[in-house]
Design a protein around this ligand. Structure first.
Ligand SMILES: Cc1cc2nc3c(=O)[nH]c(=O)nc-3n(C[C@H](O)[C@H](O)[C@H](O)COP(=O)(O)OP(=O)(O)OC[C@H]3O[C@@H](n4cnc5c(N)ncnc54)[C@H](O)[C@@H]3O)c2cc1C
Ligand code: SF4
Ligand code: SF4
Ligand code: SF4
Length: 365
């Protein structure tokens, strides 16, 4: 059998509308300096740039979350069997946590735990920094590098003042193209924060031992039910559908639904099933809600307001989390087994629902 190449990704993934734009194929191929493919438009699947230079190595095909070639390898490494017996993946423990630093807590999406842990790892010199997502405006983010508390807080974009740039924004999206950004920091030890599709492609690269994954010290995975993308022509419809002016949004969070905090402190919850017109279509083809291959997974679901749900998975994740807890940079709620079970049941419910959506979508494709 001949080796599959990027041409096969075009036929089997892009043309079927299931490219998750995780950026894995571009990150590998450009970090290996083949420069064969690239993201000409960040909101579309990658394309050939220099097709004639393709070495037909097949790596892009192997590391794509939509080909599932390495599922068995990853499942072995991350001790995952299947969703029916393990709906939230293999895990060591589950917590509800909050940053003890007032600024990380104030500007955090939920409990400010992810940024607190990244900052702790930087201060302990366990990493040189992290690729994170800089919030420019509601539905407008870009990947950036943070190696200090200042950078982390700056990226969190606590307050949006978008009057000047609103007219220039062409696409409104909650997703961040952070994986190709890794190529800029080749000689550093990095933490990566990512959605399940992004962590999947990185884990595949690590499994194959290909660049730039050797620089990754820890994978901090976010829960992810879906992401949103719409263009200028849909703004008026969006604002009418939800009775919200984009310029009045102060903060967006994705938890059990999409949550808008407005500048007048009003909070509006929009259920996922009201958002189908704005959802990235390829998210329908994704089954992992809780980031089963991360070292630690983080989400808001299951925890009270301003707390983050934390699921430790690997030995490395468990170790880093307990050091952060011991150092007092985060604190956790005292959860008994009944409360933990309630959280696990709720997260499992979302996990199963996302899986069902994927099955239906793929069946009808
Ligand atoms: C796109 C997206 C979808 C999500 N969907 C859900 C959901 O359906 N249900 C749920 O319970 N939780 C979801 N989450 C997770 C939740 O919104 C919080 O991110 C999580 O609870 C951590 O909160 P925190 O306050 O501890 O993190 P913080 O301390 O605020 O830190 C978050 C860090 O993550 C970085 N970051 C965010 N996205 C990226 C990215 N793609 N690439 C690189 N860095 C990134 C930020 O820059 C910041 O440094 C989602 C998050 C994102 C970004
Ligand atoms: S060189 Fe390899 S990784 Fe790059 S496009 Fe060709 S097959 Fe894919
Ligand atoms: S690796 Fe990611 S960006 Fe590349 S084709 Fe697959 S899903 Fe799309
Ligand atoms: S639902 Fe989340 S993890 Fe899945 S493809 Fe969309 S952004 Fe990626």
């Amino acid at each position: 059998m001949s080796t599959k190449t990027f041409q096969d990704l075009i036929t089997e993934v892009h043309e079927r509308g299931i490219c998750q734009e995780c950026g894995g194929c571009v990150s590998f191929c450009s970090s290996a300096e083949y420069d064969v493919i690239g993201l000409k438009d960040p909101y579309k699947p990658p394309e050939y740039i220099n097709k004639e230079k393709c070495l037909e190595c097949g790596i892009c095909y192997y590391i794509c979350p939509q080909t599932h070639i390495l599922d068995n390898e990853l499942n072995k490494t991350y001790k995952f069997t299947d969703y029916s017996s393990m709906p939230i993946g293999h895990y060591e423990d589950i917590y509800s946590c909050q940053a003890t630093d007032a600024e990380f807590l104030k500007y955090g999406t939920d409990g400010g735990v992810v940024n607190s842990i990244i900052n702790f790892l930087i201060e302990k010199k366990l990493i040189d920094g992290s690729v994170v997502s800089k919030t420019e405006a509601p539905f407008s983010r870009e990947a950036t590098f943070a190696n200090s508390k200042y950078d982390l807080l700056k990226a969190s974009g606590a307050k949006f003042d978008i009057s000047s740039q609103l007219d220039e924004i062409q696409k409104f999206c909650t997703y961040t193209h952070s994986i190709p950004e890794l190529n800029h920091y080749k000689f550093k030890k990095l933490a990566v924060v990512g959605t399940p599709c992004q962590i999947y492609t990185l884990r595949c690269m690590q499994d194959l031992g290909v660049t730039p994954s050797q620089n990754i010290e820890i994978c901090l995975g976010l829960f992810c039910y879906e992401n949103f993308l719409f263009d200028r022509s849909q703004i008026a419809k969006f604002e009418k559908d939800f009775n919200i002016k984009i310029r009045n949004i102060e903060k967006i969070n994705i938890k059990e639904d999409l949550i808008f905090r407005l500048k007048d402190n009003k909070v509006i919850h929009v259920p996922f099933n009201h958002l189908n017109d704005y959802m990235r279509p390829a998210c329908n083809a994704c089954g992992d809600f809780i980031n089963i291959y991360a070292d630690i997974s983080f989400g808001g679901l299951g925890s009270p307001d301003k707390y983050t749900t934390v699921i430790t998975r690997t030995e490395k994740g468990k170790d880093i989390f307990s050091r952060a807890l011991e150092a007092g940079i985060i604190k956790n709620l005292d959860l008994d087994e009944t409360k933990k079970k309630k959280m696990i049941d709720l997260i499992s419910q979302y996990s199963q629902s996302k899986l069902k959506r994927q099955e239906n979508f793929m069946y009808n494709l």
